[in-house]
Design a protein. Structure first.
Length: 85
């Protein structure tokens, strides 16, 4: 089993993170696989995609409590952090 990261913040909640830094959008199939890996790790799934997600993947993520983020989402977070510093 492979995930890109397993994170356990101070809150104690465990996250299984996959980063798809490719030109192809992420589909439902990739999120189904991530959900299975996360379940095996007793973690919440989080997928970060450079190119975004298909409509079916977005619907699957919402229905199955999978956090999804795009490159644009990460850039917004980066700007917000820099503004505070």
């Amino acid at each position: 089993m492979e995930v890109d990261a397993v994170a356990e913040p101070v809150s104690g909640e465990r996250w299984a993170v996959e980063i798809k830094w490719q030109s192809k959008v992420v589909g439902e199939k990739e999120l189904i696989a991530l959900a299975a890996k996360a379940q095996a790790l007793n973690a919440r799934p989080w997928c970060v995609s450079h190119s975004g997600f298909t409509p079916a993947a977005r619907a699957y993520a919402e229905a199955n409590d999978i956090l999804i983020s795009t490159r644009a989402d990460l850039e917004k977070i980066e700007r917000a952090v820099k503004a505070v510093l």
